[in-house]
Every structure is written in structure tokens, then in C-alpha cells.
Ligand binder design. Sequence first.
Ligand SMILES: C[S@@+](CC[C@H](N)C(=O)[O-])C[C@H]1O[C@@H](n2cnc3c(N)ncnc32)[C@H](O)[C@@H]1O
Length: 374
Amino acid sequence: MKETGKVYLVGAGPGDTKLITLRGLECIKEADVIAYDHLVNSELLVFARPETEIIYVGKKGYHHRVEQEKINQLLVEKAMQGKIVTRLKGGDPFIFGRGGEEALALAENNIPFEIVPGVSSAYAVPAYAGIPVTHRGLSSAIFVTGREDETKGKSQIDWQKLATASDTLVFLMGVKNLPLIIEKLIEHGRAKETPIALIRSGTTMEQETIVGTLETIISQAEQNKFKPPAIIVVGEAVNLRKKLAWFEKKLEVTPHPNPLPQGERGRGSNMIGILLLGHGSRQKNAEREFNLVSNVISTLIPYPVCQAVLGNGEPTIETAVENLINPDIKKIIVAPVFLFEGTHVQIDIPDKLNNLRLKYPSIEFEMTDCCGAD
Ligand SMILES: C[S@@+](CC[C@H](N)C(=O)[O-])C[C@H]1O[C@@H](n2cnc3c(N)ncnc32)[C@H](O)[C@@H]1O
């Protein structure tokens, strides 16, 4: 009989891939199986071995109990087959991450496991927005879930105690319930002028922050069509952002998103190139149609675009990247595109990406989610 494997419950950090811990990275490299959530930056998967089985178990919004049980079962089954399983979870596995439930399921089935804490979005996302959640003389902090368990009928939060218990309140999963949160805070003693910040997709290139007061924030969020995932920070600490908003300043140097005239495409500093990477089919007509689509895309977006097909197709990834590179290119976004029969990212894409990173160390390579039939 095969020896039981092991499960690592790993915090993958809040979004910026570099915020994973060294131990977390080791667990990705070691894994036979990786099961990951929707808030995990999938670029981290490039560090997995080519033969690693990669399973997406994420689901936006509410995790139904059944689904959580299926995930627990999957971890137990794979470990019982003798596999090393890395369960990658957004942020920290034990902070609003249901990591405790997964660990209990493993313990009950006598599966060896390790917990690898991660950098939680609860404080890292405010930090990237220039908001220290605690600040001497100004603020202590409490972390709260803004999502209530709908099956429990009445609110689990004691709003009277919470509203004024701490200068800074940090809500996770609160966007859907923002009006309720605001109503309860004001009802239980927070001033309408209290500063509040909503930070979406923190620590990533898409980070977006809205700052207002308890009185104004709902209409601001509506105007901006503000969407989750987001962290909500309430309290005077939000004002420190005026001096400390460092990360969004860094994002401002990215190129102008409006299409440039054809002749200008590819010029300028900090330029980005796009590599469309077809994979998933050997059919000739699939590759021909991919060529057509790539040509259309390249006329629509302001960045230089090239394409490659994995496997025996032409051009190869190496030739495509050579064609794309010029002295201005600082970053190449690699977009895997399914050609007809593809169902998951081809296993050697992460390997190819690693090779490119080694070959061109001055260029940042970023992989997007897959486009095409799924
Ligand atoms: C199920 S909880 C998981 C929290 C996670 N375990 C952690 O420690 O960060 C999901 C919530 O985390 C917050 N979140 C996670 N990543 C985020 C990000 N990059 N930007 C903003 N909020 C994020 C959002 O409030 C989201 O609804």
C-alpha cells in the first residue's frame, strides 16, 4: 500500500506574486498536486513542476458547504494516494479563509499537514493603499467579515459593541453589504464624517482606491461601479493615505491605455508587449483562425502584439519573443489562448515562461488567465 502523502495549506499572499513566503514557494515547487482558489494569483503556478496536477477549486462569492466539503475530500483523497498536495489560498489560510475547516478534515483523516501562513489582504491591501491599519496615537485595528452567513438569519455581528470599539475597522468581503455596514456604524455612534476607503484588487496592477466619508461612500461606489474583491477601511488612519499612497503612484507610470496611432505603436518608455500563446489543438484550421484573431487584436490595442503556438506550431515562442523585443519593452504580458479543444493551461507554459525569465532578466513576464473555450 502507498504511504500517505502530505498537505500544505499555504497562504499565497494578497495578489502581488512577490508577497508569497519562501516556504510557500517551496511548497509550490514540491507539489504533485496544487489546488488553488480564485483569489490566488495564477502567475504563481509558473513555479510548479511541469508534471504537477493543477486543479482550480475557486468559486466567487459564497462557498456552499457542499463545495467546501468537496474540496476537503479532494485534499484527503489526493494525500491518501501518496501525493504531496499544496492547497494554495489567497492571503493567509487562517484569516477568513476556511483553512481551519480544511485542516480539521485532514486531522480527522490522519493526513499529515503543515500550515504555511501568508501575507493577508487584511493589512497588506491597506498598506499598498498607504493606510497603516495601526498607527501610534491614532489607531488600533479590528478585522471583521462584512459577509454574514445567510443561513443564520440574523446578523452575527454585535454592531453596538463593534461600531466604536476601535479607531480603525477593517472589513473583508464587505462590498455587497456596504450599505448595511454604513447604516449600522452610523446608527451605533460613528460620525457621518468618518473617513472610509474602499480598496479593490489591492497589491495588483488593477488596484483601485476610493476614499470618502460614511455619508458619501455609497454613492461614490455606485458611480465608480465598484466591485469586489475589496478591503474596506473605516477610521482616521485613512487620512494618512494623503501622504503615504506609494503604490498607486508607481502604477501611474504605466503606459497610456488609449490606442495610439498605428505608426506610434510600440514607442515610448515602460512599454508593454503582448504575446498571444495558442495551445490546446493540433488542428490546422485552429491555427489559421488564431492567426486571424491575433491580427485583429493587434490593430485594436496600443501595444505591440506577437503570437506563438505551443508544440510543433509556428512561430515558436522563442522566435515570437525575439520579434517583440525592442529596447523600450520592459514587460511582456503572456496571454494563453485555447485553440478549440483546450480545457486547461498546457502544462509546459509555466516552464516556457521560466525559461524566458532566465533568458531576458531585465524584462518582466506576466501571465494572464486563459482566453478561449473553457
Ligand atoms: C474569503 S476572504 C479571504 C481572505 C484571505 N484569507 C486573506 O487573508 O487575505 C476574501 C476577501 O479578502 C479580501 N481580499 C483578498 N484579496 C484581496 C485583494 N487583492 N484586494 C482587496 N481585497 C482582497 C476581500 O475582502 C475578499 O472578499
